[in-house]
Design a protein around this ligand. Structure first.
Ligand code: ADP
Ligand code: MG
Length: 318
C-alpha cells in the first residue's frame, strides 16, 4: 500500500511561545522537539508535507528593520515573509535531517520550498485591513510612520503604553505558485516544508506575472489549500492546546474528541472559536474534510503522534 500523505501545520506560537523572547537557542530547542515528533511520524508510515506559522518571527524581523531604517533601507513585508520561510525552514530542515538520520541510519531528504500563494485582487479583505503586524507605537510615532511609509495604523491595544500598530489585509489563499515542485518532491519521497507563514502573498496579473504584495494570509487556510492540492489523506493542525473546547476558558469548558463538519460549523457560527486563533483552524479542518479528506485533527505539537494514532486531539470528519 502506498504511504498516506499528511499535511502538518505548525503554529508559530508553538515554535516561539509568547513567554519566549525568540533567541536562537529557544527557537532551536522548540524546533528540535517538534522535529523529533515529526521524524517518528515519517518513519512510521506517512509522507509528510510541513507548513508553519511565522507571526512571532516576522514581527521580530519587522521590528529590526524599523529600528535600523536610518542606516539600511527597510524591506517590504513580502521580503520579511520570505526571510521567515528560510529561517524556520532551515531550522526544521536541519533538526529533521538529524532525527531522521538517527532513526533510519541513513540520510533522508528534507527540503524547504520558498512559496508564493496567490490571492484574488478583488478579495473583500482588501477593503478592510485587520491584521496587526510589527512594532507597537505611540500615537505620535504611528502618525509619523503612516506619513513616511503610507501604512495604515490602528489603535489595537488601548491598555498598552504604545497602543498603535500597522494593520494589513488578510485575503484568502486561492492557489500555490510552486505546487508542481512541491508535489514532485513529495512523489520522490522528499519531506517538504512549504507555504511558511501562509505563503508570500502575490496577485496574478493578466500576463501571468506574480506580483508580491504586503498582506498576511492565514496559515491555517493555506494549510487546507495545500492539503487539497497535494491530495492529502490527513490535515493535522498542531498548536499549543491538545484539543478544541467549547466554552473555552470558562468554568463549564468541555474538551471535544470528535466533530462532524456540520457540528463544527454550527459551533463556529455560535461564536465558540475566535477569529484570531481557533476560528481559522476549525474552518480549515471543516473545509478539508468536506473536500474529501479522510480526517482533520487539531492537537498540540507534543501530542501529534498520539493524535494520529487516535488517542487524543480533536478529530474532524465529514
Ligand atoms: P497558532 O500559533 O498555533 O496558530 P493561535 O494562538 O492562533 O496558535 O491559536 C491557538 C489558541 O487558540 C490556543 O492557545 C487557545 O488559547 C486559543 N483558543 C481559542 N478558542 C479556543 C477553543 N474553543 N478551544 C481551544 N483553544 C482555543
Ligand atoms: Mg494562529
Amino acid at each position: 500500500m502506498s504511504k498516506r500523505v499528511v499535511v502538518l501545520a505548525l503554529g508559530g506560537n508553538g515554535i516561539q511561545p509568547s513567554n519566549s523572547k525568540g533567541s536562537y537557542e529557544d527557537q532551536f530547542k522548540n524546533i528540535d522537539i517538534t522535529a523529533q515528533q515529526i521524524a517518528h511520524l515519517i518513519e512510521s508510515r506517512y509522507k509528510v508535507v510541513i507548513t508553519h506559522g511565522n507571526g512571532p518571527q516576522v514581527g521580530t524581523i519587522m521590528t529590526q528593520m524599523a529600528a535600523a531604517s536610518d542606516s539600511v533601507p527597510e524591506q517590504p513585508m513580502r521580503i520579511c515573509g520570505a526571510m521567515t520561510q528560510g529561517q524556520i525552514g532551515y531550522l526544521l530542515q536541519t533538526r529533521l535531517q538529524y532525527h531522521l538520520l538517527k532513526l533510519r541510519g541513513a540520510p533522508v531528504p528534507v527540503c524547504t520550498v520558498v512559496t508564493q500563494v496567490v490571492v484574488d485582487k478583488d478579495d473583500p479583505a482588501f477593503q478592510n485591513p485587520t491584521k496587526p503586524v510589527g512594532s507597537f507605537y505611540s500615537k505620535e510615532e504611528a502618525d509619523a510612520v503612516a506619513k513616511t511609509n503610507g501604512y495604515t495604523m490602528k489603535e489595537v491595544a488601548p491598555e498598552k503604553p504604545k497602543p498603535w500598530r500597522r494593520v494589513v489585509c488578510s485575503p484568502k489563499p486561492q492557489d500555490i505558485v510552486e505546487i508542481d515542485s512541491i508535489t514532485q518532491l513529495l512523489d520522490n519521497h522528499v519531506v517538504v516544508i512549504s507555504c511558511g507563514g501562509g505563503g508570500i502573498p502575490v496577485v496574478r496579473k493578466p500576463d501571468g506575472e506574480c506580483e508580491g504584495i504586503d498582506a498576511v494570509i492565514d496559515k491555517d487556510y493555506t494549510a487546507a489549500l495545500l492539503a487539497k492540492k497535494v491530495d492529502a489523506d490527513y490535515l493535522m493542525i498542531l498548536t499549543d492546546v491538545e484539543k478544541v473546547a467549547i466554552n473555552y476558558g470558562k468554568p463549564e469548558q468541555k474538551w471535544l474528541d470528535k466533530l462532524t463538519s456540520d457540528e463544527a460549523e454550527k459551533m463556529h457560527k455560535s461564536g465558540e472559536f475566535p477569529g484570531g486563533s481557533m476560528g481559522p483552524k476549525v474552518l480549515a479542518a471543516v473545509d478539508f474534510v468536506r473536500w474529501g479528506g479522510e480526517g482533520a485533527i487539531i492537537t498540540s505539537l507534543e501530542k501529534a503522534r498520539e493524535a494520529l494514532a487516535g488517542k487524543t486531539g480533536t478529530h474532524f470528519t465529514k
